[in-house]
Every structure is written in C-alpha cells, then in structure tokens.
Design a protein around this ligand. Structure first.
Ligand SMILES: Nc1nc(=O)c2c([nH]1)NC[C@@H]1CN(c3ccc(C(=O)N[C@@H](CCC(=O)O)C(=O)O)cc3)C=[N+]21
Length: 286
C-alpha cells in the first residue's frame, strides 16, 4: 500500500505564513494580537505545551503572556484572573490550560471566559454556534484535523467518518465539524461494544481517547485514512499515539504520526483563533 504520512508541520507552516502576514497588517494598525495563557500547577506535560504555544505565537509576531499560579489557587481567585483578562483590551485570546486542580470546577471557569476571547472554543456559546453551523471559535484540535485533511487533499463529504472518543474538546466537536462538511458520522466511546466492528467500517478513522496503541491493523479497513489524536506519555518520556503506527503504515492510505501529526495543527489553530479575535476588534473599531 502506498501510504502517505500526514505530517502536521507542512500544513501548519502554510497557515502560519498567512497568519504572519495578517499579524503584520494588524501591527500597522497598532494592534498586536495577544494570547494570555493561564496555567495552574506544575503538570510537566502542560508546561511543555504552554512553552510550545508561546514560542509559536512569538515566531509569527504575536504576543503571548503566561500567567502561572500554584495548584492551591481557589476558584474565586482564578475567576478574578479571568475577569481581569476579559476586560484587558490588549488581550485578544484567553486560554486556561487543562486539566485544572480538583478544587476547581472546569465548567465554571470555561463559562467565565468571554466568548469573544474564547480561542479554545470551549465556551458553551461557541460550542452551540458550532452545533448549529454558525461562525464561531472552533476548538483547536478538531479545527486542526479539518485543515490537515484538507491540506492533504482529502474531501470528507459523503465519507464515513468513525470517531473513537466523545470528549467535549476533540471527539464531539470534530464529529460536528465533519457533519457540517457532509460526512456520515459514527461516534464510538468507552461504552461501545465491539469497537472493532465500527472502526473497521471507517473511510476516515479519528481516534481521540488517550489509550496508547488501542487501534491496530485488525481494526482498520485497508486504504482508510487514520487520524491519531492520542498523546500518552510513557515513563521513558516517549509520547505514544492511540494508534499502532508501525502496524498500520502499510495498511492505511493516509496516516498521522505521533508526535508531529495533529499536535502542530492544534497550536496553529490556536494562533489562527487569536488572530481572528484581534481582527474582529479591528473591524469593530471602524
Ligand atoms: N485549554 C487547553 N487547550 C488545549 O489546547 C490543551 C489543553 N488545555 N490541555 C492539554 C491539551 C494537549 N494539547 C496539545 C497541544 C499541542 C501538542 C503538540 O504540539 N505536540 C507535539 C509533541 C510535543 C512533545 O514533544 O511533547 C506533537 O504532537 O508533535 C500536543 C498536545 C493542547 N491541549
């Protein structure tokens, strides 16, 4: 089988170059798109992601502020930080890194972020806009997957897309984006019986559950397109996907690696959403 490995960086760089151009234009109007990232505690993976986000933002001329607090922070204190950022005219995008410590109610925090600055696309207003097919801030990983498939010339219309995982962050919204693009969508999750029965019918299989190497060749139709959203950190420091890449490399028509597949797209769409938020502000000023 002639398999194409869908690396994220070529697609990501293509979008980042366009964004850099827009950032330059915004700066001419004295608007520097800025994302403020709130990170609580010292979860090592989160620290890594936040560092990657800051570097990527600065590389295209944006500003990125990291607001780091201890894991003992109260919910009220965190809400006050968000209120401050909501009112800060220089902050166009707000991201509160997940997971949050257990004393904090994620929903209360995410709903406090102004929907106009919700560059993660996690606010119920943006989720609702996506569900009804309106313009919105789309969550970065699902949006990145759509852009990645498009970059590699894959049209999802009329394809059977099977999604493993129903998280609010990836599984559920990527299915909605696929539906909006005329795919036929099947959702599988932890209560699905005979997972393989469903996954093996996919033209496009998206796996987003965070269980290392859950999916192997026996679960995938020959020639299918496989998108792996897994990021399982091994004690060795290695990051494993939800898909056994080596097993599928001769079997799928297109497959994303982990790392260097979907990850770079997630970061890129975060930049995209922040630039979009800043642009919206400029249009309001007219
Ligand atoms: N509010 C919030 N928004 C998020 O978008 C969010 C979050 N919380 N919490 C954690 C997850 C995870 N996530 C990743 C982003 C980039 C890579 C990425 O670029 N990974 C590199 C590898 C990085 C490495 O080497 O460890 C790659 O796949 O090539 C991975 C994972 C964003 N998340």
């Amino acid at each position: 089988m002639d398999t194409t490995i869908m690396y994220g960086l070529p697609a990501a760089n293509h979008i980042r170059n366009e964004l850099q151009q827009t950032v330059t234009e915004l700066k001419d109007q004295r608007i520097t798109p800025k994302i403020s990232v709130v990170i609580i505690g010292d979860h090592p993976a989160s620290q890594t992601y936040v560092r990657i986000k800051k570097k990527a933002a600065e590389k295209i001329g944006m500003e990125a502020d990291i607001i780091q607090r201890e894991s003992t922070i109260t919910q009220d204190e965190l809400l006050r930080i968000i209120d401050h950022l909501n009112h800060d005219p220089n902050t166009h995008g707000i991201l509160v890194q997940l997971p949050l410590p257990e004393q904090i109610n994620d929903h209360a925090i995410l709903e406090r972020i102004s929907p106009e600055k919700d560059v993660d696309g996690f606010h119920p207003i943006n989720m609702g806009r996506l569900a009804v097919g309106e313009d919105a801030f789309y969550p970065c990983t699902p949006f990145g997957i759509m852009k990645l498939l498009d970059f590699y010339g894959i049209d999802v219309a009329r394809q059977h897309v099977v999604i493993v995982g129903r998280s609010h962050i990836v599984g559920k919204p990527v299915g909605q984006m696929m539906l909006n693009q005329d795919a036929t969508v099947t959702y599988c999750h932890s209560k699905t019986e005979d997972l393989s029965y469903y996954t093996s019918q996919a033209d496009i299989l998206i796996v987003a559950v965070g269980r290392a190497h859950l999916i192997g060749q026996q679960d995938v139709k020959k020639g299918a397109v496989v998108v792996d959203v897994g990021n399982s950190f091994q004690p060795s420091g290695e990051v494993l996907g939800d898909v056994n890449f080596d097993d599928l490399q001769q079997h799928a028509s297109f497959i994303t690696p982990v790392p260097k597949g979907v990850g770079p797209m997630t970061i890129t769409m975060l930049l995209y959403n922040t630039v979009k938020a800043a642009k919206r502000l400029m249009n309001e000023g007219d």
